[in-house]
Design a protein around this ligand. Structure first.
Ligand code: BGC
Length: 764
């Protein structure tokens, strides 16, 4: 039986799965952009668990640990920090500490409510004297007031009169499981504790991030005696004993405020945290809870995708949208989107190419354009560091890091750090994507051109001329498919490099025509020489691309066809995922592809290739792809939809949207695949609905998967808010906001007036 039940608006774990607890903790993660946490229990738990409470932008530069040091490796790997555990509430029932790994637990339920943004847990425990106690816990991180977290912990004795002891605490004596040298990263700065409240300020051992956590506690029940206060290093607690009568619930409310010196002066942190928590406490649980539900409901109004007739698909997409918004809503332009968000330690919470390649298009269509622009400016702000990074490798221009917190490279595996340079292309392409979608050409003159020119410089230095063949090549790279390293002429890398040069020149022409004096200044600032431009043109003209003409495909890299050619469908099921069953050596020598590589290029540069080219390449590569990167199925799904492979598109959609819900890659216990969640949205909007933006016009080519009755979504496009609904008979596009304009549906131009709809017959 599956661990999580299908439901349109919830993720439900029915029954306690002690062995798979980490998986459930990942699934039940909460976040609000400012902070987040895994679905850990409030009370003590001696079973297997990955404790995780994270504060956005607060990280630790953990000294690099590698087997064999290579010149150019970074000194540290930035890590998102497991921060003060503020959910903790020890619970003693009639003198016995509650620990679900040891207790006799019945009717356990853990439920993530996506519609209203909270986590609910309920269960009954029975002790040796057959005393039964029912517990219900609600927890949420406010999206209205992002520094606030609230817990309601309700205990009901079912058949006895007894004593319940609550010990709500703040515990900063926490560690990261992935600490390179098993170090703890926090130092205590100050603490204070009084009955019903406590406050704790910690500081990171490096970089001086300060985080203050303040709690206030309220009790709905008969308190016996005095509240005991306790403190030790990095820890404060209250102990409150309550008399409990049969069938009379007692509830502890814990209000928490988390402030950091990213937002305030060090000296103010405690005062502000105390103030904030006081306000929350005065507002009370019910009112905060109601506000949370309303805030999520209004967020859903704009961002929901409704699928009729397929509950698994519906749950999948909502889970993805919910988790994306829990991670990043664009309010803080200093932040970015880590592949695991606030749901685990893996990938260090840092920025990867995932942001530009996958998340940006999602935010472009669902949020104010300033949010996508901020994501681009984030990289613009790192341009100097990217230049240093290229220089470290002995190259000109800018090489953006594979993994970064502040613009510096953190990754330390040579085949990725030095070789997975295609990431530069995604950053350039994101600029194109943004300008193409929003029409905001001003971005190019303000920021975009500098980034493009420095990336182009990098490519121009990284290629090498091969005189016998009179071509330019890019040797020694790792493409998006990380199951091959140090390959020559990865088609995707060569193509995206040459495309960057083409686009940079195009932008230069545009600036020459529209902003000549700004261009002059930029050329001066960049010290851009005419010879450089000439070289870019020559590289474009003479770039070498491996192809296999007989099959009509682009070749992933030189020599790919020398490998023994096998299909994924012929692999024994128990050997998948390969990365958990095969030796690395065997993986590297095999033909199996981790994630979209050539196909990534066909998706990015979609309008440059014919349907036949897309089909040939899809037919060749998809059967060899194991999709062991979460980023893979969505690109395949979108291309399958475009080619007309509707069943395949649907199958791959489910794989992307339910990747975590169904734990496809058997690795969700580490945390959720947040960045790939944007890919689920893309699979529906770019895939099933076939949305593209060409020359300023938005176009759709929708189809509806057989299993669905209907689906609908909303997008923002250049001041227009559109609702697109597709059922088996009709495509209905409604303009909810904005002035009359033209869109293209299939091959038909239609005009949509404000507050009006157009209907077109759905094509197969
Ligand atoms: C993928 C990369 C990706 C990273 C973070 C890896 O498994 O191969 O493409 O950037 O995960 O999501």
């Amino acid at each position: 039986m599956k661990q999580f039940q299908a439901d349109e608006w919830k993720v439900i774990e029915d029954g306690l799965h002690l062995k798979e607890n980490r998986l459930a903790e990942s699934m039940m993660s909460l976040g609000n952009g400012h902070m987040g946490m895994r679905g850990n229990f409030e009370e003590d738990f001696s079973g297997d668990s990955l404790q995780g409470t994270y504060v956005a932008g607060v990280y630790y530069p953990d000294k690099t640990r590698v087997g064999w040091w290579k010149n150019g490796y970074p000194e540290y790997f930035a890590k998102v920090l497991n921060a003060t555990n503020f959910i903790g509430i020890q619970v003693e029932i009639n003198g016995q500490n509650l620990d679900l790994a040891k207790a006799n637990v019945k009717d356990f339920k853990r439920e993530l409510n996506m519609k209203h943004g909270y986590l609910l847990r309920s269960f009954t425990v029975t002790d040796e004297q057959n005393r039964q106690t029912q517990i219900e816990v609600i927890r949420f991180l406010s999206i209205d007031d992002k520094e606030i977290a609230v817990i309601s912990y309700r205990v009901t004795p079912l058949n006895y009169v007894g004593e319940i002891k609550f010990t709500p605490y703040l515990d900063g004596d926490v560690r990261n499981e992935d600490a390179n040298y098993d170090e703890k990263f926090w130092l205590e700065v100050s603490k204070a504790v009084t009955p019903f409240s406590g406050v704790l300020t910690l500081k990171t051992k490096k970089l001086d991030f300060l985080v203050t956590t303040a709690m206030k506690v309220a009790i709905d029940g008969d308190v016996i005696g005095q509240v005991e206060v306790y403190e030790k290093e990095k820890y404060v607690s209250n102990t409150i004993t309550v008399k409990a009568n049969a069938n009379k619930p007692v509830t502890l409310f814990k209000y928490v405020a988390v402030t950091t010196n990213r937002d305030y002066q060090n000296e103010e942190l405690e005062k502000i945290a105390n103030l904030r928590v006081e306000v929350a406490y005065n507002q009370g649980f019910n009112s905060l809870f109601q506000a949370q539900q309303q805030a999520w409901e209004s967020r859903w109004k704009e961002s929901d995708i409704v699928i009729e007739g397929d509950i698994a698909a519906q749950q999948g997409i909502r889970f993805n949208i919910f988790q994306l918004y829990q991670t990043y809503d664009g309010e803080d332009p200093r932040l970015n989107i880590g592949p695991k968000g606030f749901t685990g330690e893996k990938y260090g919470g840092s920025t990867y190419w995932d942001t530009e390649a996958y998340c940006l298009p999602f935010y472009l269509s669902t949020s104010d354009p300033s949010i996508a622009r901020n994501l681009l400016i984030y990289r613009y702000n790192h341009l100097e560091k990217a230049k240093e990074n290229a220089a470290k490798l002995g190259l000109k221009g800018a090489l953006y890091p594979m993994v970064t917190m502040n613009g510096e490279e953190c990754h330390n595996e040579w085949e990725i750090t030095f070789e997975e340079i295609h990431r530069n292309g995604a950053i350039a392409h994101a600029i194109y994507n943004y300008v193409n979608y929003t029409g905001d050409q001003s971005y190019l003159s303000e920021y975009g051109f500098e980034v493009l020119a420095e990336i182009s410089r990098f490519w121009a230095d990284r290629v090498n001329y091969q005189p016998q063949k009179d071509v330019y090549m890019i040797l020694g790279v790792t493409g998006p498919n990380e199951y091959e390293n140090n390959v020559n002429n990865n088609w995707y890398t060569n193509r995206i490099a040459s495309w960057t040069l083409e686009y940079t020149l195009e932008v230069m022409d545009y600036l020459k025509a529209n902003y000549p004096s700004r261009l002059k200044d930029l050329i001066e600032k960049l010290a851009l020489q005419d010879q450089e431009i000439e070289k870019w043109k020559e590289i474009i003209a003479k770039m070498y691309y491996p192809v296999e003409e007989n099959l009509g495909i682009f070749l992933q890299q030189d020599g790919y066809l020398d490998k023994v050619q096998l299909f994924v469908k012929d692999l024994p099921k128990e050997e998948l995922p390969l990365n958990q069953h095969w030796s690395w050596d065997r993986i590297l020598r095999s033909c199996f592809i981790k994630q979209a590589d050539v196909l990534q290029g066909l998706y990015f540069l979609n309008d440059q290739y014919t349907l036949e080219q897309k089909k040939n390449n899809f037919d060749f590569y998809e059967p060899r792809t194991v999709h062991e990167s979460s980023l893979s199925p969505c690109v395949h799904s979108i291309l399958a939809a475009e080619i007309g492979y509707e069943d395949k598109a649907y199958e791959l959609y489910l794989r992307t949207a339910r990747l975590d819900l169904d734990n496809y890659n058997n690795d969700t216990d580490d945390g959720l695949h947040i960045t790939s969640m944007a890919g689920s949205w893309l699979s529906i909007v770019h895939g099933f609905a076939g949305m593209r933006v060409r020359s300023g016009m938005i176009t759709f080519k929708p189809f509806i998967p057989k299993a669905w009755e209907a689906y609908s979504f909303k997008i923002l496009f250049r001041g227009h808010l559109l609702k697109v609904s597709v059922n088996k008979d009709e495509v209905i596009i409604t303009q909810e906001q904005g002035q009359s304009f033209e869109v293209k549906v299939y091959d038909q131009m239609v005009t949509i007036l404000e507050n009006n709809s157009v209907k077109i017959t759905t094509q197969a």
